[in-house]
Design a protein around this ligand. Structure first.
Ligand code: ADP
Length: 220
């Protein structure tokens, strides 16, 4: 049966990025229709994913026949071929798909995707590269940047702050960051308050500008 369910999502291109995306969406409980031009790829993923079909996504007629227009969201996950990626977005635009997500592999690619009608453009290599750079040069365990120079990071407690309650440390005044949560090994994250005492094993969630968060994560 064709899906008219809002939660149905089409993934075009089952390369390294597309297959992780399809797998994660399936785990999140969404119905996924995966499309790839290569019979080998279709064969390879048909055991793991519910619905995998072989089609050339640059062909509007093929997409129409698959009922792609009935899905609320379509993701073009093709990376290597800019031409196939752009032509697929164009075909989806002509079909009138309400939410077209597309993966870009360069700034220029991103611009073209937006100009042919992609509503959301993601740039996984650039985003991951930036995130991993932060992890490498500081003690951050994880880092997310939200744009507008706002970031959240997971950071071990800086040694100099161990053993004292947050109210004494005034991290907001001194470092600019806000300590939002703290976690001991094996426990869940708890919201941090003035009375939260930082133990050497604590892991913190801090928020602030990229610079502030980065500086906090390099404090010794
Ligand atoms: P990754 O970097 O994530 O591995 P690739 O760009 O190498 O991504 O893989 C893209 C996938 O998209 C491949 O499986 C390829 O067969 C598929 N693909 C490329 N062009 C089309 C197309 N026109 N229609 C459908 N699938 C396509």
């Amino acid at each position: 049966a064709r899906s008219t369910d809002d939660s149905g999502i089409v993934i075009i291109g089952l390369g390294r990025f597309g297959c992780h995306l399809a797998g994660s969406l399936t785990q999140l409980g969404h119905e996924v229709l995966a499309v790839d031009r290569s019979p080998d790829r279709v064969q390879r993923w048909s055991a793991q994913l519910d619905r995998v079909v072989q089609a050339d996504a640059t062909e509007e007629a093929a997409l129409r026949q698959l009922g792609v227009a009935d899905f609320g969201r379509v993701v073009v996950a093709i990376g290597a071929s800019v031409e196939a990626s752009v032509l697929s977005v164009l075909a989806l635009t002509e079909l009138g798909v309400p939410q077209i997500w597309a993966r870009a592999t360069s700034e220029k690619h991103a611009k073209i995707l937006a100009s042919v009608g992609a509503h959301h453009v993601v740039f996984p290599e650039a985003e991951t590269g930036e995130r991993v750079a932060h992890l490498i040069v500081s003690r951050m365990l994880d880092f997310i940047e939200f744009g507008d120079d706002f970031a959240i990071a997971k950071v071990p407690v800086p040694p100099s702050l161990v053993g004292r309650p947050l109210s004494e440390l005034v991290p907001t005044e001194r470092y600019g960051v806000m300590v939002v949560g703290a976690k001991l090994p094996g426990e869940r994250f708890r919201y941090a308050g003035p009375e939260t005492v930082l133990s050497p094993e604590s892991v913190l969630i801090v928020e602030g500008t990229i610079d502030q968060v980065q500086r906090f994560a390099t404090l010794s």
